[in-house]
Design a protein around this ligand. Sequence first.
Ligand SMILES: Cc1cc2nc3c(=O)[nH]c(=O)nc-3n(C[C@H](O)[C@H](O)[C@H](O)COP(=O)(O)OP(=O)(O)OC[C@H]3O[C@@H](n4cnc5c(N)ncnc54)[C@H](O)[C@@H]3O)c2cc1C
Length: 255
Amino acid sequence: SVVLYERSDVLGGQLRVAAAGPTREELLDFVTYLEGELRRLGVEIRLGAEAARAAVLADAPDLVVCAAGATPQPADVPVSGGGRVVTVWDLLGGVVGDLPSTALVADDGSGFWHSISAAEYLAQRGVQVELVTPAPGVGLAIPHESARNVATRLGSAGVDVRVLANVVSVDGARVSLAEGFGKKHTETEAGLVVVRTALRANDELARALEDAGPALATIGDASAPRRLNHAVLDANLAIRAFDAGRLRAAAAALS
Ligand SMILES: Cc1cc2nc3c(=O)[nH]c(=O)nc-3n(C[C@H](O)[C@H](O)[C@H](O)COP(=O)(O)OP(=O)(O)OC[C@H]3O[C@@H](n4cnc5c(N)ncnc54)[C@H](O)[C@@H]3O)c2cc1C
């Protein structure tokens, strides 16, 4: 029998944030599919339930799979004068209030969907957007079959782009940048700055359960923040390893 803890009131984790990006709604199909599988397989789902050491051990599990994901770190940018700086997760998670007429989205150079979706989300709501990246191009990690469509959409939404650029500080609506190989100081205006920050793996539960008795596996972003396919692969490998251990134990008991 399997128990699934989820601290929020819905399943899906960061996929729900990812699916808030324009054209990315279909990511929710995977959540819907997995919810159906959980029901079909009779998994007990505990929503609004924090998986903490005492609660987990009270269930006396043979195996604990820690899939607690990762937490976006706050933006590492000096802010003064009432400047508004939020993360991509805040924006796509719907917790940023009123949107101003101008915004700057700062990628960290990883070039994946995070800052593209943030820029499109804002543009779709009538905000004039500038997309800034330290990389030599925009969206360089987006799969090639999507890259052309992304470029077309950003272009028709009027999103301005600055490459080889980093945000240095935010003072009110004034955003200071370091641009180009020479890190030349430039400035632009934005009523909101949205930053693609780094993620920190949520490995507290795994560490709290070390040597507590049950077999332990840490999967997905809780192991190292990456992508959905890594989370699925980690899960498969963890269950196979656990099964192999059970089979070995059963064989040893028979011999
Ligand atoms: C904007 C954006 C776009 C993305 N696009 C893609 C993409 O195109 N392709 C791709 O492969 N990946 C993409 N990703 C990354 C992908 O969403 C993550 O890698 C994936 O969701 C990680 O899954 P996870 O289950 O490990 O963690 P999460 O999705 O973070 O889920 C962890 C869950 O655990 C819950 N939780 C945490 N701690 C506890 C606790 N103690 N007790 C109970 N519950 C707890 C959380 O509430 C959460 O629901 C994107 C991410 C973002 C933000």
